[in-house]
Design a protein around this ligand. Sequence first.
Ligand code: AMP
Length: 283
Amino acid sequence: MLIFETVSALQNYLTKNNFLSIGFVPTMGALHQGHLSLIEKAQHENELTVCSIFVNPTQFNKQEDLIKYPRNVPNDVVLLKSVITKNVVLFLPSVQEIYPKKSNKKYYFNSLSEVMEAQHRPGHFDGVAMVIERFLEIINPTNAYFGEKDFQQLAVVRALVNQLNSAVKIVGCPIVRAQSGLAMSSRNERLSESQKELATKIFEVLCFAKQHAKKMSIKNIKQHIIKTLAATNSITLEYFELADGNTLKSIINWEDSSYCVAFIAVHIGGVRLIDNMTLFNDF
Ligand code: AMP
């Protein structure tokens, strides 16, 4: 597997080979099965797959979170090699390569910029949009792959590509979960075994919401979930929202939307975890 550390080296390679299609999978490393599922899909659908590993400093609203973010490039290389069936290259740029000039560009994506992750992590999506815009400019991929695990991010990226009038196709990929139901995440590496077990409550409460959608009032579902998590004494709920899957605007009554997604963010022992589940999509 070829590894490129500079923009010019990657671009020289892409120009020389003139691939029919390029699939791009941006990641921040500490790879797991969730990331690998994106790589596998990209390989199926493109002549070349470019995977990037870049812990993007502009999307961290807390310096401490950036410092503690898990990094293990040698292990990532082993994992990537284990799923290669076609052309895959790894792009491992430095901060200087991605941001040669300091920028604090601001983006606006209507309601997507105002709710949930945008509200709780100010500036986060400006950083995400900034890095994705830069990667698209460098790689000019045919398709780019994003996990539904970061549902709001996927929506923001779709909105960004619209704003940029970019021809890249954004492909959403399903959430990969551990057998316990816990959504795979690089941040899970920071949890102890008992905290991981506790974290399965996140999946449990999402399943509860799905089972009781349209049968119980939204207010009662929320109350039940708040109580269930509080009873653990170790999970701090940041938000639990039911929102329209397109606009991400909050749903107050079941009739407010025909595409309803439950979103959750919690803290367990200083680790922030997010997850989501589609409750119904009647389209
Ligand atoms: P990250 O390295 O966390 O920035 O994630 C890189 C990409 O992998 C993003 O598009 C994520 O949504 C996606 N991803 C992360 N975890 C999962 C998962 N459990 N299932 C599917 N996709 C995931």
